[in-house]
Design a protein around this ligand. Sequence first.
Ligand code: C5P
Length: 309
Amino acid sequence: MTAAPLAPGPVTVRVPAKVNLELLVGPRREDGYHALSTVFHAVGLYDDVTVSVADGWGISVSGLLADAVPTDGNNLAMRAARLVESRFDVEPVHISIRKGIPVSGGMAGGSADAAATLVGLDHLWDLDLDREAIEELGAELGSDVPFLVAGGTAMGSGRGELLAPVLARGTYHWVFALSDDGLSTPAVYAECDRLRGSAPVPEPVPNPALMSALRSGDPHELAPQLANDLQEAALSLRPDLGEVLSAGMEYGALGGMVSGSGPTLAFLVEDNEAGIDLAVALTASGVVRDVRRANGPVHGAHVIHHRVD
Ligand code: C5P
């Protein structure tokens, strides 16, 4: 008599958040998405996603702002799991997410969880997918998912899902001002369209000065090149963020901007020390309730633990 094969033990994947160093929004396409030219940058605020073999599909969420995360089929991590199920011969899993990335914060937390789930299931079920295949699956789930698989610093075009490498030197130090309430990404894009009115919008073209700043590795060169076409729309929906942006600059940030579609604000600082000073000053000022520090670039979704039973 042969024993039934043991189910593989749980796999935990760590996945970072992103900021867009440049987010240039072009015309709205026929499919409703906007043509983008962006530079993604992975930063060390992390979600940990554990996939474990279970009797049925399930999901649970804990950690930062966990109550705001859907725990049904709308969760992007669950959609990632069901996508894998539709393509490969796999069994149900429970997905357990520990949030460290702000929810609906413009830092791609949902996309990060989807990326982590794809990497976790690949490992759990020995699917032997290469990074490119995982990124292609990711693109079916959301524009930011392929980048959260890749990590580092990369150019994104199309609707953000087409990645190309960027030569970037050095480590950058960031301070993030978090908001209690998230912003809906579609609502921010819609506000951007509304503010633009009927004027023709040119195709977005990457800024060579940003590329050269990234090659220098100097945060003083990078700071003036940070750009986000969604910033005006995010500030229009959340005027209170303007005050936080001004405070961050006044307290010594080299540069500051809305992260992605917001409402998180990203401040670039000179070094670790300057990051601590800015975080303390912002917290003490009372204009922000929650502040996080992180460095970038960091790696994309990667396995940190696989229990072998
Ligand atoms: O691709 P993802 O599902 O992350 O995008 C969320 C929403 O953001 C889209 O439904 C769309 O409203 C908006 N979006 C856009 N253009 C892009 C990326 C996202 O309009 N390039």
